[in-house]
Write a protein that binds this ligand. Structure first.
Ligand SMILES: C[S@@+](CC[C@H](N)C(=O)[O-])C[C@H]1O[C@@H](n2cnc3c(N)ncnc32)[C@H](O)[C@@H]1O
Length: 254
């Protein structure tokens, strides 16, 4: 059984259909992003300079640019297919967005000229091995402005193995039931994504106990990851929001 699907994001068809499919297939997609925006408002963040890691088609960045009219953003992703979709979508925001094409493990920090006061990521960091997740959290802590915030909304394990397994089954249930509400024009995209989802299911559910490596879905518990944030020096760390498999963890740089 091949556990890895490293090239999944280097795909034009996936990038082009991402916007309509992610909101349909990812449980709580908008809920988690909107909670993040609410936390930024609650904490009174002004003059936001945001870095989004694995920014994909730019959905979160577009929400930030609309909700915070003075915000500027760094877009970071390694996929040129996703970056082209984002560039087209975000063109109207002009130089409020700076694009960086890089792997998380690359030297992307050297391209950042203004230190961000918010770093975000959604559904991307869980593809790294645990060692590299922690290294990335450290890099984020180093590059953040003092008093800045880091948030990772991602697929994470929960308190017990049984509950984690149930959150994986919930995703399958959720994705399958979307078919009932689909309009005809979305059916082809949906079927294409469900084929990919089937291989995700084989790797992550049917073969859940096979070893995972970088590039696959390397789920780690939110408790362990919040501990890493504490060790690195983040304060006010928490799990701010959770919806089945998706957890938003984060913290503030002192
Ligand atoms: C599931 S998409 C999520 C996109 C966006 N964050 C969202 O939630 O809509 C994952 C994104 O992370 C990017 N990505 C995954 N692994 C990466 C890595 N090692 N370095 C840079 N980008 C990565 C992919 O190219 C893809 O655009």
């Amino acid at each position: 059984m091949k556990q890895i699907d490293k090239d999944r994001f280097h795909s034009k068809s996936m990038a082009n259909s991402y916007d309509e499919m992610c909101q349909l297939l990812v449980p709580g997609y908008d809920l988690m992003q909107d909670a993040l925006i609410d936390i930024l408002k609650f904490n009174g963040l002004k003059n936001i300079v945001l870095l989004d890691l694995g920014a994909g088609s730019g959905i979160l960045i577009e929400k930030i640019l609309n909700k915070f009219p003075h915000a500027t953003c760094y877009y970071l992703d390694y996929s040129d297919d996703f970056m082209s979709v984002a560039q087209e979508k975000l063109e109207k925001y002009g130089d409020r967005v700076t694009y960086i094409q890089s792997d998380f493990g690359g030297d992307w920090e050297s391209k950042i000229t203004i230190n961000p006061n918010v770093i975000t990521s959604m559904s991307a960091i869980h593809h790294l091995s645990n060692g590299n997740k922690k290294k990335l959290y450290e890099k984020c802590h180093n590059i953040l402005e003092k008093g800045g915030w880091f948030f990772n909304i991602d697929e994470m394990k929960t308190i017990s193995e049984e509950a984690h397994l149930k959150s994986l089954y919930y995703w399958i249930y959720h994705a399958q039931k979307q078919k009932e509400t689909l309009s005809d024009d979305l059916l082809d995209s949906y079927n294409g994504w469900m084929e990919k989802f089937d291989s995700w299911k084989k790797r992550n559910v049917d073969n859940i106990y096979l070893p995972k490596s970088e590039g696959d879905d390397v789920h780690e518990s939110f408790l362990v990851q919040v501990d890493w944030l504490n060790e690195i020096g983040f304060v006010e760390t928490d799990i701010f929001c959770k919806y089945f498999l998706w957890c938003m963890i984060g913290g503030k740089k002192k």
